[in-house]
Design a protein around this ligand. Structure first.
Ligand SMILES: *Cc1c(COP(=O)(O)O)cnc(C)c1O
Length: 442
């Protein structure tokens, strides 16, 4: 059960079918263009929409808004140092700002950055610095214990061939692009020793470091008796630094963490933080935001929280399986992915079956989710729908409702033959900005 009780509630909107139809038409069938006031259950993302705790809210009242050297920064810095073990700490306004700073400092034209899988903003920030993002995840399916792992042989090969061009190697844990699947400690350790042998900095994209720690505890030999905090600390110890989106595993509404051991790297990052985020002791955040992150970093590693987080997702997964919904199982840490081509098998691939299903699901139930198929990741990507689960926000009753609605919409549309047509196709980030309409009258 949830290891907390409800003290403050937020009403969720219930709309009529007619109102929902209007809302989705107004949003051109793009979930990212919908207004939250029209959404009953919002599974669009797990980013920035966590429920904060009474301790976080009360810490925010102590926010010190001094321009330089605030007491809030001291508390934030000390939490980051304590949890990661890194010496140098830079706040940023969110994860992608860490990427921008780090890549401005390290990436030049023709640089190759190696990662198990680059998250989309990571890839974009590398491209904007004229570098090349190389994904070398292990080719596997989701049934192994750690489907997020990096291919270490490939890493050795790439470093031997292109070592000169590689300013840093990263591992993303959990592996967001690989459906939030975890990376093993052994894999992180192996990547670390290969990087050390080549003298290349190794940075952890730890946006979901706590969820990854919990998977290691559950699945990897020798970690069952360790606390998530000890496991996280060990993960960080193999890397030279990390970036974390506090919007994910720090249970905060905004914030980022860039931390490292090298004084030289820190000094190279500083001017970019100051120029684009703000002074090194606030990095685009108010003092109260720093306070929320400082508290959230500890809470997200709390054993009872992580046990519940895992159970909450597992419950959702089992409920979907029980209803016969085709998904990618076992699911990862923060979201469940469904196979659009099995949900709506008769809709042609070029008519966006995933987005079509997301639209139909919304109209039937008020549930918002997103399509993460070829629109987001290119023509070779599988057609997947993502149901992301925000932290501490929805109860099992909410998730039960979603599972039931998905089963109902699948059954109703199994013979549906037509999907959506793109009516406006902007050149970048289509999945966030494009417009669509139903090919046939609704
Ligand atoms: C979300 C995310 C980022 C970017 O963080 P933001 O806070 O959204 O800017 C980077 N890497 C991974 C793996 C992520 O999931």
């Amino acid at each position: 059960m949830e290891p907390y009780r409800v003290k403050s509630v937020e009403e969720i909107p219930f709309l009529t079918a007619e109102e929902r139809k209007d809302a989705i038409l107004k949003a051109d069938f793009n979930p990212y263009k919908m207004m939250a006031s029209t959404v009953t259950i919002d599974l669009l993302t797990d980013s920035g929409c966590s429920a904060m705790s009474t301790k976080q809210w009360s810490a925010m009242m102590l926010g010190d808004e001094s321009y330089a050297g605030s007491a809030s920064f001291e508390r934030y810095q000390s939490a980051v140092q304590d949890i990661t073990g890194y010496k140098y700490v830079l706040p940023t306004h969110q994860g992608r700002a860490c990427e921008k700073v780090l890549f401005n400092a390290l990436v030049t034209e023709g640089s190759v950055i190696v990662n198990n899988n680059h998250y989309d903003t990571t890839k974009t920030n590398i491209a904007l610095n004229k570098g090349i993002a190389l994904d070398i995840a292990m080719v596997t399916d989701d049934t192994v214990d750690f489907p997020g792992n990096m291919d270490i042989d490939k890493l050795k090969e790439v470093l031997a061939e292109k070592g000169e061009q590689i300013p840093l190697v990263m591992i993303t844990a959990t592996n967001n692009k690989m459906r939030g699947q975890p990376v093993s400690m052994a894999n992180i350790k192996a990547a670390s020793s290969v990087c050390k042998a080549h003298g290349v900095p190794f940075i952890l994209d730890g946006c979901r470091f706590a969820e990854n720690s919990w998977f290691i505890k559950e699945r990897e030999n020798g970690y069952g008796d360790m606390t998530p905090r000890e496991i996280a600390k060990e993960m960080f110890s193999y890397a030279d630094g990390c970036m974390i989106s506090a919007k994910k595993d720090a249970n905060s509404n905004i914030g980022g963490v860039l931390a490292m051991n090298s004084e030289d790297l820190y000094e190279r990052c500083v001017p970019y933080v100051i120029a684009t985020e703000g002074h090194t002791t606030y990095g685009g955040l108010s003092g109260r935001d720093l306070e929320a992150v400082a508290v959230g970093l500890y809470e997200v590693l709390d054993e009872s929280y992580l046990r519940y987080r895992r159970a909450n997702l597992k419950f959702f997964e089992e409920e979907l399986i029980r209803q016969g919904v085709p998904g990618v199982f076992p699911a990862g840490g923060h979201a469940i992915f469904l196979n659009a081509n099995k949900l709506c098998p008769k809709i042609p691939a070029d008519e966006f079956p995933g987005l079509t299903f997301a639209g139909l699901l919304y109209m039937e139930s008020g549930v918002r989710c997103c399509d993460l198929g070829r629109l987001a990741f290119g023509p070779d990507a599988p057609d997947l729908i993502r149901l992301a689960v925000p932290r501490r926000v929805y109860t099992t009753e909410h998730l039960k409702y979603v599972a039931r609605m998905i089963a109902q919409v699948t059954e109703k549309n199994k013979d549906r033959k037509s999907g959506l047509i793109m009516t406006k196709s902007p050149p970048h980030l289509k999945h966030l900005t494009a417009s669509f309409k139903m090919k046939e009258e609704l």
